[in-house]
Design a binder for this molecule. Structure first.
Ligand SMILES: Cc1cc2nc3c(=O)[nH]c(=O)nc-3n(C[C@H](O)[C@H](O)[C@H](O)COP(=O)(O)OP(=O)(O)OC[C@H]3O[C@@H](n4cnc5c(N)ncnc54)[C@H](O)[C@@H]3O)c2cc1C
Length: 551
């Protein structure tokens, strides 16, 4: 049987698009199959904040940040905590990826028209020691145009390749099996789903109207992770984090269903680190949902006070923005799967960013006029104010008594005692009298404000939470929000997939979230943030180039 293409790419998300454009640019014929309609091209990346991990960039240097490959690798290794035999390839990927982030990543993107917002964010700040988890310096570079701005260059290249006949899209084609001949993967087969005109990101019908078979000497699996499938998340939930949460919300569309992972495993591919995942603890229910159980992650600045379900302040250094997995671990140990932020209007205005392209019309729409208002406005950005007004998890009150009563009513658990919360807030507020303090969170706030980027748009001027001048008071009920799959198919640096016998499966490649963003888990246990899109770029590029060369 004749081949339909040189390479088949399963998945039209960022990793798939990057791989496909590299293949087409190498002069080969490529087919991209995706179960969703054309309107969802770009997958999760379109919805993303577009944050990218870069090291020693001109943006960092302009802000006086001194970063280096050595510092970034130190942070990465401390954060990843690689400790398994299975971490052999993930570790090699990590070294290669940090070199990419410190090297050609920015210029490669820039040559395609990608641009970066000039204020670099400081995600996952850690708070342990220099060899502990976290970014020693700000490294989160937001794409000017957020998620759509990172998809755009690759979609443009893909459309050019489509026009020249080297790339073919097959939307509403769902792969159900990989075909194997003489031990080599040589194609895919699956179901044609009925046409769908749902809006981008909404769940589409799974009604089958036909079937298909496609042949090619190489297949790249770039089908994303499992975050939209809560059953799979619970099934793979690591014992070290206790029982899986009873209640979770979804930070990803329903097409992030993990189904293709099972299909690829059934073909003999070796899935490693399946118990490593990256879910957030600052999830809020979207009052205007696009996909089922749609949740939004708050990217918090450092000042909100954080209480567990029983009203106890989270221990140091589990402050907002410090250690996502440490917070998840702590929260699950309380026996409840939610927690609370308590803050003021002055804090929400400056410190609440919502992750997602649709929640940041200023950055997504590339509007300088709107973006500058982040620094100058009295109110929070419009989408944050909308959550304050309509969000089921937001409570706004003029005094603490009413606030705590409403928090108890919202959770229904009645665990919060006014005097207990009040004592903790007042103790923290007394630390405001001096510029030097005992309270580690307040110290953290002072430290953050030494970084000009934080002082400008991310960290409120220190003030008393109970100072009415900074009110009203706000409480936010925080849910666990599923997002990223850190484990995946074990691959070498050419993104070639290993089989269960430890040998490369000929013809099979994996990229993006399905490959644990490279190697089967380039992040180890934890992420420094902005590393997922970057992992799709790097692993997609490696897969595309290697597959094009091999065929
Ligand atoms: C709201 C949000 C904010 C984010 N912010 C950031 C950020 O700021 N920085 C960062 O680094 N990362 C961020 N991320 C994460 C990042 O966007 C994703 O990890 C990344 O885009 C995953 O890309 P992918 O190509 O691997 O998979 P996906 O985008 O999931 O694409 C996979 C594609 O494969 C298709 N598919 C699956 N199974 C099949 C099958 N059997 N047959 C055919 N097609 C199939 C799916 O329909 C989908 O189109 C964010 C994610 C979200 C949702």
């Amino acid at each position: 049987m004749a081949d339909d293409a040189d390479v088949i790419v399963v998945g039209g998300g960022l990793a798939g698009l990057v791989a496909a454009t590299e293949i087409a640019d190498a002069g080969k014929r490529v087919i991209v199959v995706d179960q969703e309609g054309e309107q969802s091209l770009g997958g999760q990346a379109f919805w993303s904040f577009g944050g990218l991990f870069l090291v020693d960039s001109p943006e960092q240097r302009r802000l006086g940040i001194k970063d280096s490959f050595d510092l970034a690798l130190q942070d990465w290794m401390a954060t990843a905590g690689f400790d398994r035999d299975d971490d052999r390839w993930p570790k090699r990927w990590a070294e290669a990826y940090v070199a990419f982030a410190a090297g050609e990543k920015r210029d490669w993107l820039r040559a395609m028209g990608h641009r970066i917002f000039p204020v670099v964010g400081w995600a996952e700040r850690g708070g342990y020691d220099a060899m502990g988890h976290g970014n020693s310096v700000p490294r989160f570079h937001v794409t000017w145009g957020t998620g759509p701005g990172i998809v755009e260059p690759f979609e443009r290249r893909a459309r050019e390749a489509q026009n020249s006949g080297r790339l073919t899209f097959k939307f509403r084609h769902r792969v159900d099996a990989l075909s194997i001949s003489n031990g080599a993967v040589d194609g895919v087969s699956g179901s044609i789903l009925e046409p769908s005109n749902v809006e981008r990101g909404q769940s589409s019908s799974r009604k089958i109207v036909g079937d298909f078979t496609l042949r090619a000497p190489a297949v790249i699996v770039a089908s994303g992770g499992i975050g939209g499938n809560h059953d799979l998340v619970r099934q793979n939930w690591p014992k070290r984090l206790g029982e899986p949460p009873k209640h979770m919300i979804s930070g990803v569309p329903e097409h992030v269903d993990g189904r293709m992972i099972g299909i690829t495993e059934a073909a003999g591919a070796r899935l490693i680190n399946r118990d490593r995942m990256w879910h957030y603890v600052e999830g809020i229910r979207n009052w205007s949902p696009i996909w089922p159980r749609h949740g939004i992650r708050i990217l918090p600045g450092p000042s909100s006070m954080w209480f567990d379900a029983t009203g106890k302040r989270l221990p140091a250094p589990l402050f907002p923005g410090s250690d996502t997995l440490g917070q998840l671990h702590y929260i699950m140990s309380t026996g409840y799967d939610y927690s609370w932020f308590v803050l003021t209007q002055s804090i929400i205005k400056k410190e609440f960013a919502l992750s997602g392209s649709e929640q940041n019309p200023d950055l997504t729409g590339k509007s300088w006029r709107m973006t500058i208002k982040r620094a100058t406005n009295k109110r929070a950005p419009a989408p944050v104010e909308a959550f304050k007004k309509h969000g089921a998890d937001f409570i706004v009150r003029d005094n603490l008594e009413d606030l705590v009563a409403a928090m108890n009513a919202l959770s229904g658990d009645n665990l919060l005692k006014l005097e207990h919360i009040k004592a903790q807030i007042e103790a923290r507020d007394r630390e405001m009298a001096n510029p030097y303090v005992k309270d580690a969170q307040v110290m953290n706030i002072h430290n953050a404000r030494r970084y000009i980027g934080d002082r400008l748009i991310r960290t409120a001027k220190p003030h008393r939470i109970l100072d009415p001048e900074h009110g009203p008071l706000i409480a936010v009920k925080l849910n666990i929000l599923t997002r990223k799959t850190l484990g995946g198919f074990e691959t070498d640096l050419d993104s070639r997939v290993f089989g269960n016998d430890g040998q490369i499966i000929r013809g099979l490649y994996a990229a993006g979230e399905a490959a644990g963003f490279g190697g089967g888990g380039v992040h180890g246990y934890r992420s420094l943030e902005g590393t997922f899109l970057g992992g799709c770029l790097f692993s997609g590029r490696n897969a595309g180039r290697a597959a094009a060369k091999a065929v």
